[in-house]
Each structure stands twice: as C-alpha cells, then as structure tokens.
Design a protein around this ligand. Structure first.
Ligand code: ZN
Length: 348
C-alpha cells in the first residue's frame, strides 16, 4: 500500500509500505476512504517539533472495515467507520469516565502499539487499528458521499472543538469567545452554537475563515488581535467579559487573550497544544478564572456528533477548503503551511 512518512521539516513522502494484516484478535484493518492534514502535523512540518527519525504520519481517517480479528464484537466487515485521533479500549478506568485520550492501553497512530506492532498512520491506504471495538465508531449504513467530509471532521477537529466548549462549561444563553480561527477554532464556534450559546464571538482576521465562522453560528467577529482584541471583547460585553472562552491555538499570546476575555468566574477551555504557555496563577486567582481542558477525548463525543452529522444538524466538513488525491499529500501540507488552505482533505 501507499502511506505517508515525514522525513524532516518540509519533507513528506508517499511511499510503498507493507499492507497491514490482523496481528491481534482485537484488531481491525480499515481501508481509508478519506484522511486529512492536521494543524498539529504542521508543528513537525514547520520544524517546531524536532523529528529524530522519520515516522508515519496522519491521525484522522474514515474508512471501511476490510478485515476483523476474532475478538471484535461491535463491527462487521464492510462497516463505514470513524477513527478518533487516538486508539483506546473504551473500558479502562480513564475511558469509563470519558477521558479516552488517557486510556491506559491506548496510543497514537503512526507508530508501534504497546506490543511493538505498527498502528499505521492515517495518511495512507490502509490502517491496522488496535483495540478496534473500543476505538472505531460505525455508521448504521454507508453514508452519502456528501457526508464524508463532515464525518472525517469528527476524527479530530470537531471533537476537539466540542471538548473546548465542554471544558469551558458552555451553557445555553452564554456569551462565548473563541480564540483561534483554524479548523479547531471554527469547530469550537459550531460546538458552542450547537450547545445553545446565545452569542458566539469568533476572533479571526481572515475573510474566508470569518465566513465559515458565521455559517457555523458566530454572531460577532473580532478581527483585532492581542490587546486590541481583548479591548474589543470588553466593548462587545459592556465591560463584563465572556461567560466561557475557548482557547484553540496554544500560544502564550492566545492564552493571554483568552484569560483577558473571560469574565470573573468563567472558565477557559483549552485544546490548542501548548507551546510556550505560562499560566498567570495570581491573576487567575484574583479574578476567579478557571482553565480546563487538554488532549481531547474525541471518542467520548463521537456517537453524538455522528448522529448530529447524519441528521444534518451540523456540517463541520465545511472546514475542508482543499481536496487532493493522496498522491499529492506533499502539496496538501504545503498549502496549509503557506495558509493557502485551512484544512486539506486527501482521498486515496
Ligand atoms: Zn482505556
């Protein structure tokens, strides 16, 4: 099969790899229907995260079950499935409280599992899925092809946006500020809106992203950044600040903005992978601002979000503004790196 390996900054290649086979009775083999490039893949692509050895990349995919191990109970060959960006057994103590991203036997795509067996990356033609019963969520039937982008968005960005909104404690009628206009921030706008926020403020200075935010339910857009953006939030909220804030980037600057946008007593839900973030505990203390979140347990939200997509209640696939064949994966990365695309979908 063909699959993607990242060798170094700005060097991703689609290459021949061994076809995966069932290694353990709890495995599934999935034929990938669609996959995509993540903002977090760009940390490696841009050289912000060092690459010691080349590795298989991609952690978002949907596909069709091609083969199953003998212990798998919840899936059948031919099922259309959504994979979360981590695999998990969905039954250990951490999974049972809904933090499948901390599963005691789970892990990430693109490397060896706990038995040293390859769990393939998502940006390829096939994936060996460990712990298939706990990991994969199937649709009842093969979905309309038009639904595929929105189902793929559940693999990471929509579930992550949803986690930011849950961690921030978004309630019906709230005013919510979303910091970050990447695919996760836009998904956060959609999640907050779906959870009943009355006012959703998207902080974005890019016209195309503002348009998606508005179609996802944003009621206001703030184009300013930094202190000017913080002042704009206060103007919009009569000097009070937001009831809930979603921090969807992960830099020191965006966390500062998120904390400044929160009214006393509010919580900042954070899902951007932190790079150089220091929390000002003294300020948080004096203003009663909470910070909650972390690696999104996408698996927890998948069944509900799947039903929302299939019923047409949400259409998170709008975050994909570039679709390429898997052969052009390198261009898919370059387009996102150069901000020519918000998010690239790839089809084998
Ligand atoms: Zn678990």
């Amino acid at each position: 099969m063909k699959a993607t390996t990242i060798y170094a900054a700005h060097d991703v290649r689609l290459e021949d790899q061994p076809d995966p086979t069932i290694q353990k009775p709890s495995d599934a083999i999935v034929k990938v229907v669609a996959t995509c490039v993540c903002g977090s893949d760009l940390w490696y692509y841009r050289g912000d995260n060092p690459i010691k050895d080349p590795f298989r990349i991609g952690h978002e995919f949907v596909g069709v079950v091609e083969d199953l191990g003998s212990d798998v109970r919840s899936l059948r060959k031919g099922d259309f499935v959504i994979a979360p960006f981590m695999y998990s057994d969905n039954s250990c103590p951490h999974c049972r409280v809904g933090i499948q991203s901390a599963c005691s036997v789970g892990g990430f795509w693109g490397g060896p599992d706990r038995d040293g067996l390859m769990a393939d990356g998502g940006q390829g033609e096939y994936v060996r899925v460990p712990l298939a019963d706990g990991t994969l969520v199937a649709t009842r039937e093969i979905p309309d092809p038009a639904m595929v982008p929105s189902l793929l968005a559940l693999s990471d960005v929509m579930g992550t946006g949803r986690h930011a909104a849950m961690a921030a404690g978004v309630q019906e009628g709230d005013t919510v500020v979303v910091v970050g206009d990447g695919a996760v921030g836009l998904s956060g706008v959609l999640a907050a809106s779906r959870m009943g926020a009355e006012r959703v403020v998207a902080m974005s200075r890019h016209e195309a992203r503002q348009q998606i935010a508005l179609s996802f339910g944003a009621t206001d857009v703030i184009a300013e950044r930094g202190e000017a953006g913080e002042a704009a939030v206060l103007r919009l909220t009569d000097g009070v600040g937001a009831d809930a804030v979603l921090e969807c980037v992960g830099t020191g600057q965006t966390m500062t903005t998120a904390l400044a946008a929160a009214r006393p007593g509010a919580t900042v839900g954070y899902v951007g992978v932190p790079h150089g973030v220091e929390l000002p505990v003294r300020t948080m203390f004096s203003r009663n601002i909470g910070v909650a979140g972390g690696v999104a347990p996408v698996r927890q939200y998948l069944p509900a979000l799947r039903d929302d997509v299939l019923s047409g209640a949400i259409n998170p696939g709008l975050v994909f503004d570039l679709e390429l064949p898997l052969d052009e994966v390198a261009e898919g990365y370059a387009a996102m790196d150069e901000r020519r695309a918000i998010k690239t979908m790839l089809r084998p």
